[in-house]
Design a protein around this ligand. Structure first.
Ligand code: TXA
Ligand code: MG
Length: 387
């Protein structure tokens, strides 16, 4: 199949003409990749099981992993759900359009082919003007997973989508690089206490402010034992994985054992207030912790370089000057979580292209957007974390 690529001239003044063909492809059961504020999505008609099948095939994704239905306005939600619980209403009002997906009990209208056989449906109303207008013009809810080949980092530019999807889908809409860079927050509002299934740019702190009580699915915090099922089926797959072997280095308190998954699970989120005293309020780390972490990254990368491997180092703008060996790349500014989230997936793809064997990365505090950043990095590392 030949994949057509169109470029949006001005994201803030979209002409319907530009999106007409894309909308018509979606309506007639074809696939179109499009930008959203989080990552690029691979869209198909959410009410059409054949379109869902095509999405799974194009991504090479297991079909028990449900898709998010994207809508362009709140009125489009009612036909897709059995009910909108109070918590869902509050969150819609506070955060839609935006990077928040909610899980509702599904109506008969939504096929099981879209929900991976579940009786619930995930719904999101994106804020991106291209996405929003496209969905409105299509006139159907648009099922859209991230537009990457299953297992690869999510795409944050149209070029990333092109690398993975050229020849597999009808069209790619190039709307420039995305703003946020990590996928939407997922909150299950179908249960008594709303539960966060995937952290994102709508942070725990923001959710708690609106809802009061929020719980966190254990799949977010660390690797699951074989008998536990994450509520978001997608969280069980090894996601976001770079080709190289990635290790995260976390600052230790000096009391913990080396490495292992338990520490991730046990690493509770710390707020700015309860981090170590003496910590820089912007980075949450004191200078000694920061230096120890940098030394460890340097030591681990040197060992591998001396053994003849090609090594990548993930540092920050602030620590760039501390590294001399290996392919050293900054993921963003430690004092700007948004910059780190924005660059994360593009950097993992860059290391894929460089063909490094090992990557060693600095880590980040887990408050605010840091929870999503560390969730994605920890998963990419297969929870390989050294203190
Ligand atoms: O930011 C985003 O959400 C992007 C853009 C394109 O909107 N989409 C995205 O979709 O990240 P995807 O398919 O890559 O991730 C969807 C996640 C998966 O982990 C899936 O298991 C979960 O949402 N999910 C979907 N429907 C669900 C349901 N009914 N119950 C629980 N989890 C669900
Ligand atoms: Mg995905």
């Amino acid at each position: 199949m030949e994949t057509k690529r169109i470029i949006i001239e001005d994201r803030n003044h979209i002409k319907d003409e530009e999106l007409k063909e894309a909308a018509s492809i979606l309506r007639s059961g074809g696939l179109v990749a499009f930008p959203t504020e989080t990552v690029y999505g691979l869209g198909g008609n959410a009410l059409d099981e054949d379109a869902a099948r095509k999405i799974y095939a194009a991504k090479g994704r297991p079909s028990d992993n449900p898709l998010i239905a994207h809508v362009s306005c709140v009125e489009e939600v009612a036909p897709l759900v059995k009910e909108i619980p109070e918590a869902g209403r509050k969150l819609m009002e506070a955060f839609w359009p935006g990077p928040l997906t909610m899980i509702f009990p599904k109506s008969e209208k939504v096929p099981y082919g879209t929900t991976g056989g579940l009786d619930t449906v995930a719904i999101r109303m994106p804020d991106d003007p291209v996405a929003n207008r496209l969905i409105a013009l299509a006139g159907v809810p648009v099922a859209a997973p991230s537009a990457n080949t299953s297992g690869r980092p999510s795409p944050t530019t149209a070029d990333h989508v092109w690398q993975d999807m050229n020849g597999r889908i009808e069209m790619i809409i190039d709307g420039g690089p995305v703003g946020i860079g990590v996928e939407s927050t997922i909150v299950d509002v179908s249960s008594a206490v709303p539960s966060v299934l995937r952290p994102g740019a709508i942070t725990m702190e923001m959710l708690a402010e609106v809802l009061g009580e929020v719980s966190v699915d254990p799949a977010i915090l660390g690797p699951l034992s074989a008998d536990v099922r994450p509520k978001a089926p997608g969280m069980k797959y090894k996601h976001y994985a770079p080709k190289a072997d990635l290790t995260l280095v976390e600052p230790g308190t000096g009391t913990e054992r080396e490495s292992g998954a338990e520490q991730v699970t046990g690493a509770e989120q710390k707020t700015g207030a309860d981090r170590n005293t003496g910590a820089d309020p912007e980075t949450g780390l004191d200078e000694t912790q920061l230096q120890a972490m940098i030394c460890k990254v340097r030591e681990l990368s040197r060992e591998k370089i001396e053994a003849g491997y090609k090594v990548g180092v993930i540092c920050t703008d602030e620590s760039r000057g501390c590294y001399t060996d290996g392919e050293v790349r900054s993921i963003g500014a430690r004092k700007s979580q948004a910059s780190v989230a924005h660059n994360l997936y593009a950097l993992l793809r860059e290391f894929d292209d460089l063909g490094v064997d090992y990557i060693f990365s600095e880590s980040f505090p887990k408050d605010h957007l840091g929870q999503a950043i560390m969730n994605r990095l920890s998963k990419a590392a297969g929870y390989k974390i050294v203190k």
